[in-house]
Design a protein around this ligand. Structure first.
Ligand code: SAM
Length: 220
């Protein structure tokens, strides 16, 4: 039985289940998540050199630069990409576009910071305005959400096999109030609607227990 305590466990679960070989993390920071990811090939990008010092991985796989500059020199495709760098809606969208281009056909893109609970959390040093990009992605693409009840965390999921065609999104400057009013759609219902689908497509086990003993069906 799989134990999932946090988003890193969830990512490792996806890696095992899909036999993913390559992982890219945009925004590594102190490598809390990055160091926990178990995969054949791991690449990190961060504007700050602290990621290089914190990473336990091979230093040649850690790119200390802005994400735009990284994609300008990158030549590799990845199975799993975690977007968690600049928390501003336009830059998050640029990171998504570049990630989509460098994602293998069976790959998955994950988004952090899609779920602010109040206005303070939408400040740039916090979750920022990623939720605005996420709202448009949900309206345009087939998406689902992993909810971590223990840490009150959420990760947005976009599978390329379910979204094989690139679609531009229309970035609207929607308010946190609008998001919170429609949170059910962007976080809960979207997830509930996709639960069966996620179970099938991601092949998640029927029951996954975390610290609170929640079951998979309770995630959503
Ligand atoms: C929230 S932290 C990442 C946390 C990490 N992914 C985790 O789960 O433990 C965001 C990081 O993104 C980096 N960052 C912000 N904007 C960036 C950009 N445009 N290019 C590269 N790194 C960026 C910051 O230096 C910071 O370390």
């Amino acid at each position: 039985m799989s134990i999932m305590h946090n988003r890193s466990d969830f990512m490792n679960y996806l890696i095992r289940k899909h036999n993913f070989k390559s992982y890219l993390e945009l925004g590594v920071d102190n490598a809390w998540n990055y160091n926990q990811i178990n995969i054949e090939s791991k690449t990190g990008v961060d504007a700050s050199s602290r990621s290089l010092h914190a990473s336990t991985g091979d230093p040649v796989d850690m790119f200390i630069m802005y994400t735009d500059n990284f994609f300008a020199i990158n030549e590799k495709k990845y199975d799993l990409i975690f977007i968690d760098a600049m928390h501003e809606m336009s830059q998050c969208y640029i990171d998504f576009k570049n990630s989509y281009n460098f994602l293998n056909d069976n790959g998955i893109i994950l988004f952090h910071d899609i779920w602010p609970k109040n206005k303070v959390e939408t400040e740039l040093g916090n979750m920022g305005t990623v939720f605005k990009t996420w709202m448009q992605l949900c309206d345009t693409y087939d998406t689902s959400v992993y909810r971590d009840y223990y840490y009150n965390d959420a990760v947005g999921i976009l599978e390329k096999s379910l979204n094989p065609t690139w679609k531009e999104i229309d970035l609207k400057d929607q308010t946190i109030d609008h998001f919170l009013e429609n949170e059910n759609f962007y976080i809960h219902s979207r997830c509930i609607n996709n639960t069966q689908h996620t179970l099938l497509k991601l092949n998640l086990p029927e029951k996954v227990y975390g610290r609170n003993n929640f079951k998979l069906n309770d995630w959503c």
